[in-house]
Design a protein around this ligand. Sequence first.
Ligand SMILES: [Zn+2]
Ligand SMILES: [Zn+2]
Ligand SMILES: [Zn+2]
Length: 257
Amino acid sequence: MQATLTVLGSGTSMGVPTIGCDCAVCHSRDPRDRRTRPSILIGYNRRQVMIDSTPDFREQALRENIQQLDAVFYTHTHADHILGIDDLRPLTYLHKPGKMPLFATPAACDFMRTMFRYIFEPTYKFGGLPQVEMHPIDGTLELFGARFEPLTVIHGVTPILGFRFGSAAYLTDHSEVPEETIAKLRDLDILFLDALRYKPHPTHSTVEQSLKIVEAVQPKRTFFTHICHDLPHEETNALLPEGVKLAFDGMKLEFEI
Ligand SMILES: [Zn+2]
Ligand SMILES: [Zn+2]
Ligand SMILES: [Zn+2]
């Protein structure tokens, strides 16, 4: 079935421009150098599924005119991937039937319930709450006629999730992609990879490291995401090999799910 992938955000945890920074990328006039926190939206079968809800979710949803959201998958519980949860409110009120499902590992579900106790604690009575419920996942999930396969990636020392859905896969926040995950990335049309910058980082992949993954996996199209202000869009794209590009906020791709 045909699906659309929209890049809601392509930036690293602090976003680009970064507050207080004087660098050329943070002052660039190229809209593709404005990077909100990392998230994607997948539309298929008249449904919309999102990966991660970032602190920029409100801005992203208004920009993309999101009027419906049916589920959210979480890669991990770092602030730049979860803090938009409260801004899910208006879309959870439109959600039918019942509460909007949020999918994450069992450990991530526990973390979310503790971190956002006011949402999940039934005794909380102060103001409107997002109508959401956590669903632990420990394997491939069939959702609205498509299969979402969780894939393990290593983020520093922590195993977290990426996802494969049909001919596309989204891996953000990884410093290492284990062999068993590489093996699950065969025959991809679209691959998203973390590529923070050129300089090594303890918990994120570099452009060079991610290009090695591209060589191993050989997807048709690769897009780098979770990008910091070290990578000017146009200039970096010109240096990347054919079939590999930086993602940018608002980018839309068609694929088979
Ligand atoms: Zn992140
Ligand atoms: Zn900067
Ligand atoms: Zn992270």
